[in-house]
Design a protein around this ligand. Sequence first.
Ligand SMILES: Nc1ncnc2c1ncn2[C@@H]1O[C@H](COP(=O)(O)OP(=O)(O)O)[C@@H](O)[C@H]1O
Ligand SMILES: [Mg+2]
Length: 356
Amino acid sequence: MTVKNVLLQNFRNHQKTRFSFAPTTVIIGPNTVGKTNILEAFYILSFGKSFRAENDRDTIQEGKDFFRIEATIADETDTKTLTVIFAASAKYLSKKFLVNKVARRHIDFAAQFFTVLFTPQDIEIITDAPSLRRNYINSILYQAGKPYRQTLLTYEKCLRQRNRMLYDLKDGRKDYRASDFDYWDNILIENGNFLTKKREEFVNFVNSSKKDMFDFKVFYDKSIISTERLFKYHFQERLAGMTLVGPQRDDFVFLFQTKRNVAPNVTSKKVSEFGSRGEQRLTILQMKLLEIEYLRQTTNDKPILLLDDIFSELDDKNINKIFDYIYNQQTIITTTHREFVPKKILNKKEVEIIEL
Ligand SMILES: Nc1ncnc2c1ncn2[C@@H]1O[C@H](COP(=O)(O)OP(=O)(O)O)[C@@H](O)[C@H]1O
Ligand SMILES: [Mg+2]
């Protein structure tokens, strides 16, 4: 799959601009000129939401009440137009997704376009809260197949409902019997177990894959949801006013072998605690390369790689490794200075430079 061009209207600082893309495109321009905004637009085309806006409404240009992102996408057999429109009223933000101008539900729209994004902030996936790791793993599996998207939606909807019941119980606003939970529990168990299974499969894929950039393993610290576990935690859940077991409590721990002597007989340690900044960066970068491979295998298509400002963060050796790996992948790169871009990229046959 390749993206030929994109039109951004009222999106962040881009009022109405069309950009064209080659197999490799380098976007060069000073800070705050709107480079990351272009990558953000692609991310929204895949996920229907921003990776960095606290509120999706903020992606609409100040003073406007809607944005439109329209991209022309081609694969071997045909070309299609993907459109995303966010429109804001005083109260609501409405999101529209269209394929060849025909409205689709996001769950189906999401099957049209895949991306893998790498930004300097991604190191936080390794070092920060478990929710970032869950969101990250979710984003991969979300793109990898409709059953996961569907199951995740159902699970999250039920979880909100069940949490509301527990919250009302705690608050004394309502009185539910244990049996009132049965219906929701069954849906959560069935869908939760599917999410756990898919997450486990993905972790196994990562652990059994060759890693040229940096070697590590992922430990899947899972919170299984079952009748027994819900029964066991029921009292605590009533006190807490929320559901305490299930994939929403999962964590993924990155472990590596270190020669540094931390404690006797301990060889495997958390990258987040014992890894240097450089090792943490290589871990997430290696994950992104595996993510490309995983999406390639599960979707039979190549995701588009978005590399935001990576040259300032990585040394030449690792930059070269990335480009060895992604040679046949459509890639969009942003940078502040032309000098940062390796010669072998600039000298490629099919490269487009966009100067902002
Ligand atoms: N909703 C918005 N409306 C107008 N401009 C915006 C909006 N959101 C962000 N911007 C502007 O976008 C610019 C940042 O763009 P960004 O893509 O992050 O720059 P960079 O080229 O450094 O990656 C800032 O000047 C910011 O003011
Ligand atoms: Mg930027």
